[in-house]
Design a protein around this ligand. Structure first.
Ligand SMILES: Cc1ncc(COP(=O)(O)O)c(C=O)c1O
Length: 395
């Protein structure tokens, strides 16, 4: 029996039911996550938006819209996706806002957040003042909690948001809210510290604004997340400040709700046993290489340090993708049986930051997308990609 939450979700799924490779979303797990987020929204009296950058599979937009208040977009195209394919409000923040996108973003968005005081001062005379879109400023409380600089918007020299002490008295004219984001896959304690740091560094301006967006980066739907503590903290923050408050999780929405089905194409030995599969770390789950981390594979024990003993063990297999990149490695795993050529495997927890980042490097096909209803045990393949997707992006 798999020990992870995602493993528990997918242990009943037969990967032969979908084409390979294929991202499979379990609607039951997705809805469980959404219920937790809806409880946070209701009990803390905050609004929760899906960060589209993490997960924007609009085949599940109705389900998401039944629980969340809208979407958070990273620029014009996500704002358009949020407005046309999803439900609820659209809040847009783009670190590099282009002048020719401004009008359309404003039409699509309920909130438009500027990244710097300079950007706001350049745009403030260009924005429409019809009151349909509210304007905000991203702040950077310079409080680092993220473990690696790659995911730390508060690291020195960060371009993300206005640091403390740089907002001039007249700089907030026309601005009705603040936005911040400074966490990555973290729990309540880092959030609590971040919020306290924000109160310390930007609290003097809270009287001049109406709302604050506290970003994402929390594993709100993980089994061990103390939801009640968060609700209490947010309630007291709201009582103290009177600010309308938003959260914009991405990962937490789809946490453990997806798996990437893959098929073994070849096996071999080179100082250790390996298998080539038809999904790729670099094309289909780039965070495996960028973060980096080793995803779980159903039925495989993850080996973090493979030495001579593991190399000799016929049950230990290093899985790698079908591309030319030597480092296109998913991980090393100990299996009880096989897997052999033609077997199907499931790489777990692959819904977020996967479909949205997937590429066709080496002409690697994009995985299909399927929805699985674990309770009804129905599978619906909602998307398959052909050669034309690859070709159409090249000229
Ligand atoms: C501004 C902003 N909001 C929300 C998120 C979503 O974060 P997560 O998916 O970790 O919850 C991110 C992630 O990078 C972000 O940059």
């Amino acid at each position: 029996m798999p020990d992870s939450e995602a493993g528990g979700v997918f242990s009943g799924f037969d990967p032969a039911r979908v084409p390979s490779p294929c991202y499979v979303i379990d609607l039951v797990k997705l809805e469980e996550n959404l219920r937790i987020l809806a409880r946070i929204a209701a009990e803390a009296e905050v609004e929760v938006l899906l960060a589209l950058k993490a997960f924007s599979c609009f085949a599940v937009a109705d389900l998401i819209g039944a629980y969340l208040q809208g979407t958070a977009a990273s620029g014009l195209w996500e704002a358009k996706l949020g407005r046309t394919r999803f439900k609820g409000a659209v809040h847009t923040f783009a670190p590099g806002l282009k002048p020719d996108h401004l009008g359309e973003i404003e039409d699509l968005s309920d909130h438009l957040i500027f990244n710097s005081a300079g950007q706001w001062s350049r745009y403030r005379d260009l924005v429409s003042v019809d009151g349909r879109c509210a304007y905000g400023l991203r702040i950077n409380p310079r409080h680092s909690e993220a473990e690696t600089p790659l995911y730390d918007p508060c690291a020195p020299w960060s371009r993300l948001g206005v640091p403390p002490g740089q907002i001039r008295e007249d700089g907030l004219a026309g601005i009705s809210g603040f936005h911040l984001h400074a966490l990555c896959d973290q729990g309540f304690a880092p959030f609590d510290r971040l919020l306290s740091a924000t109160e310390r560094t930007f609290g003097e301006h809270f009287g001049a604004i109406d709302w604050i967006n506290l970003g994402g980066g929390q594993l709100l739907t993980a089994g061990d997340y103390p939801v009640a503590d968060l609700i209490k903290r947010l309630r007291s923050f709201r009582t103290d400040t009177g600010l309308r408050t938003y959260l914009e999780p991405g990962t937490a929405v789809a946490l453990n709700a997806g798996a990437l089905v893959t098929e073994v194409l070849d096996t071999g030995w080179n100082e250790g046993h390996f298998a080539v599969v038809d999904c790729s770390a670099t094309c289909h789950m780039p965070d495996v290489i960028e973060a980096p981390y080793t995803p779980e594979v159903l039925g495989g024990e993850t080996i973090s340090q493979a030495g001579a003993a593991e190399a000799e063990d016929p049950g230990v297999l290093r899985l790698g993708g079908p591309t030319c990149l030597a480092g296109d490695v998913i991980g090393t795993y100990r299996f009880e049986n096989g897997p052999a050529v033609g077997d199907r495997l499931m790489v777990l927890d692959q819904a977020y930051y996967t479909m949205v980042k997937a590429s066709t490097f080496n002409g690697t096909p994009l995985p299909a997308i399927a929805l699985w209803d674990r309770h009804g045990d129905t599978v619906r393949i909602v998307k398959q990609f052909g050669y034309e997707t690859f070709e159409s992006r090249l000229s």
